[in-house]
Design a protein. Structure first.
Length: 90
């Protein structure tokens, strides 16, 4: 299961609301799966640090469909978060 792409206003990035949204999504996901994937743009250092703060670790890079109108494949860094690691860091 891959989650993310929570388009909340910039004013809420890194704050309490962002953390609550991520916690809700992860707690819900881990009711059904043992691993969650995050796909992060290689240039988005802020998101890379944020997913690592959640306990996720870098796994590999992969070409995935982007979320723009042109639907070209783009490189993403793939981070994985196990239920065990989430439980340890939350």
């Amino acid at each position: 299961m891959a989650i993310g792409y929570t388009f909340i206003g910039r004013a809420y990035w890194g704050g309490d609301i962002n953390g609550r949204v991520k916690s809700l999504m992860l707690n819900h996901a881990f009711e059904s799966v043992d691993k969650v994937w995050f796909h992060v743009d290689p240039s988005n250092i802020r998101s890379q640090k944020a997913v690592m703060k959640l306990g996720a670790s870098y796994s590999h890079s992969e070409k995935l469909k982007n979320h723009n109108d042109d639907d070209d494949d783009e490189d993403y860094y793939c981070y994985e978060l196990s239920k065990e690691d989430w439980t340890r860091t939350s």
